[in-house]
Ligand binder design. Structure first.
Ligand SMILES: [Zn+2]
Length: 150
């Protein structure tokens, strides 16, 4: 395999997936939080809590080399459900309930359209973009990012 930058012909190139892996570190931090509360009788209470945070840290080149991620469908489904609930106001029998039900009905309609388009993206576009990312390389000399097709 003879990989060369399409811009400067340097062979010092690295795939985006390798760059991403190398630049991503998994971190675990312990945090301590202290809360001070003032009681109604003037007493002062102090409470402490320790928590562990898991996360990932990415350096700049890893951020640039990050793979495409699928769209957040679950979040939009939650929004749709929240928007759909006031629609039940239509059955309330009041004009106010009817009008707000209609308004939220329209919002729900657009939320459902959004969810459907996100699902469609994850099914068709996302695999293509991910595949494109998998065969993309970054030049270590000039920074050019290019696709390599065998
Ligand atoms: Zn180059």
């Amino acid at each position: 395999m003879n990989l060369q930058c399409t811009q400067c012909n340097s062979d010092n190139v690295t795939s985006l997936s390798v760059l991403f892996d190398q630049g991503t570190t998994h971190v675990q931090t312990k945090s301590t939080s202290v809360g001070v509360g003032l009681g109604s009788n003037g007493s002062v209470g102090i409470g402490g809590a320790t928590g562990t945070t898991h996360g990932t840290h990415q350096n700049v080149s890893a951020q640039k080399a990050a793979p495409p991620s699928p769209k957040n469908v679950a979040g939009w489904i939650g929004t749709t459900i929240l928007a759909a609930l006031p629609v039940l106001g239509i059955f309330e029998g009041t004009l106010k309930g009817f009008i707000s039900g209609l308004i939220f009905g329209v919002i729900t309609y657009f939320c459902i359209k959004k969810v459907r388009s996100l699902i469609e993206y994850n099914k068709t576009e996302f695999p293509l973009e991910y595949a494109r990312w998998q065969r993309s390389f970054s030049c270590m000399r000039c920074g050019n990012v290019f696709e390599f097709s065998r």
